[in-house]
Ligand binder design. Structure first.
Ligand SMILES: NC(=O)c1ccc[n+]([C@@H]2O[C@H](COP(=O)([O-])OP(=O)(O)OC[C@H]3O[C@@H](n4cnc5c(N)ncnc54)[C@H](O)[C@@H]3O)[C@@H](O)[C@H]2O)c1
Length: 420
């Protein structure tokens, strides 16, 4: 049994700490004292862990860094976002490395799970650890990387069922890291030859997904120009055995829409201009403008009443970060339309703080909106039937289905529909 400190208890760190605590002594550390208080009260605002499971868990939750001193393993799971110019913002990962460094004891292994560009762990985190600890990497303490591949809200591909990629600075350290993660996932481990390979594997997984979605988003834009249904085109093309099935949509959040910028940044440093990666980002980032333009073109120039269903960056999660729906709302609002927004998963205070958007507590029973926008395919929205939706629209109103969740929904005559 090892002592493990998990640094950063968000979507990634909390489930990891909970799983490791079934086999090991775990201290979960976060600089957010409010988050620590909530976890100690059995409340996970990310909704990844239920109150019952959280209360029964064996991990300790702490905001005092002194409590992580002397751990055998430190696992860093802090955010790696981009700034307003889409440049990697390393503030949290460097600060976390310094916190760990100050508490590091000889013999410890520090593993990074945050998504980074190839080389960042060894070139930026290791020196920060050395500076703060006064210890030498490779002799006094050791380094590893094991990317997190969970998909919040996904109850099928979970921490204990996903293959874990691991890499350490030497074969012995790799073996110890593999044994640690293998203890919680039945030994489902892929050993990468070195840390840079493991870092690159993670970042290209998300860059690949971004590009695939960008391709169908571009197809959707072309199909709208040609007045063909992109959904019908993709359904037909999808009958070919090797056609890759992706659906157009708004790419937000802190992974798919962010990680490619880390890869692009490092590629440029190395003297390579990453054309495809950045083109994909540019198309996906342009989708809010495209969608709001398409919807606005079907409404009066201003003054329409619009109900938006869904604000989070993807379905069935409370995560509001980098939501492109908020951009759609702001663009339609800027044209003079009156927008109301509902989202059963999002926190109302966070929606207000992040985007200045007040959330409705409930979807009205009957209303006369000019337009209802299905922005996020939360389960509850997909289950709404034609008469419930028709009850929300005035005669001649528009149902705009960005998320593609009402494709087979029968609507009464006299209503219009638009689908991405
Ligand atoms: N959420 C995902 O779907 C997902 C999946 C795979 C990988 N990742 C990667 O994992 C990393 C973490 O993502 P997340 O979604 O869990 O982030 P998150 O924002 O949900 O959680 C991060 C936590 O770290 C804390 N934190 C910030 N700075 C800290 C510091 N200096 N010391 C201690 N705690 C600190 C924050 O308070 C927060 O609670 C990122 O690199 C992300 O790209 C995320």
């Amino acid at each position: 049994m090892s002592t493990i400190a998990v640094i950063g208890l968000g979507y990634v760190g909390l489930p990891l700490a909970m799983a490791l605590a079934e086999q090991h002594d775990v201290i979960g550390f976060d600089i957010d004292a409010v988050r620590i208080g909530e976890l100690n009260d059995g409340h996970d605002r990310t909704k990844e862990i239920s109150p019952d499971v959280l209360k029964q868990g064996r991990a300790k939750w702490r905001s005092n860094p002194a409590e992580i001193r002397g751990a055998d393993f430190f696992i860093v799971t802090v955010p790696t976002p981009v700034d307003q110019y889409k440049k990697p913002d390393l503030t949290a990962i460097v600060a976390a490395s310094e916190s760990v460094g100050r508490e590091l004891q000889p013999g410890a292994i520090v593993i990074y799970e945050s998504t980074v560009w190839p080389g960042l762990t060894e070139e930026i985190c290791a020196p920060a650890l050395e500076r703060a600890s006064g210890l030498k990497r490779g002799t006094d303490f050791h380094l590893g990387y094991s990317p997190e591949r969970i998909n919040p809200g996904d109850r099928q591909h979970t921490l204990t069922t996903i293959t874990k990629i691991v890499a350490g600075e030497s074969p012995e350290i790799t073996r110890r890291i593999a044994a640690l993660y293998g203890s919680i996932n039945g030994g489902n481990i892929h050993v990468a030859p070195n840390i840079r390979t493991a870092e690159a594997a993670k970042v290209i997984e998300n860059a690949q997904r971004d590009i695939n979605i960008a391709f169908v988003n571009e197809i959707a834009q072309i199909c709208h120009k040609l007045d063909i249904s992109s959904a019908d085109v993709l359904e037909a093309a999808g009958t070919k055995w090797n056609f890759l099935k992706f659906t157009p949509g708004l790419v937000g959040g802190h992974c798919i829409g962010v990680d490619p910028y880390y890869l692009a940044h490092r590629a440029k440093q190395a003297g390579h201009q990453p054309e495809v990666i950045l083109a994909g980002r540019q198309i996906n980032d342009s989708m809010a403008e495209f969608v709001s333009g398409e919807i606005a073109a079907r409404l009066p120039a201003s003054g329409a009443r619009i109900l938006v269903l869904g604000l989070t960056f993807k379905k069935n999660v409370p995560d509001l970060r980098n939501s492109l729906v908020a951009e759609v709302v702001h663009e339609l609002h800027a044209k003079g339309h009156a927008i109301e927004v509902h989202d059963p998963h999002a926190d109302a205070g966070e929606a207000k703080a992040l985007y200045g958007i007040e959330l409705l507590a409930d979807i009205p029973d009957v209303a006369r909106y000019d337009c209802v926008i299905g922005a996020v395919a939360h389960d509850g929205y997909g289950a709404l039937d034609g008469s419930r939706i028709a009850g929300l629209l005035r005669e001649g109103g528009l149902l705009a289905d960005i998320a593609g969740m009402w494709r087979s929904l029968a609507l009464p005559a006299g209503l219009h529909r638009w689908q991405l």
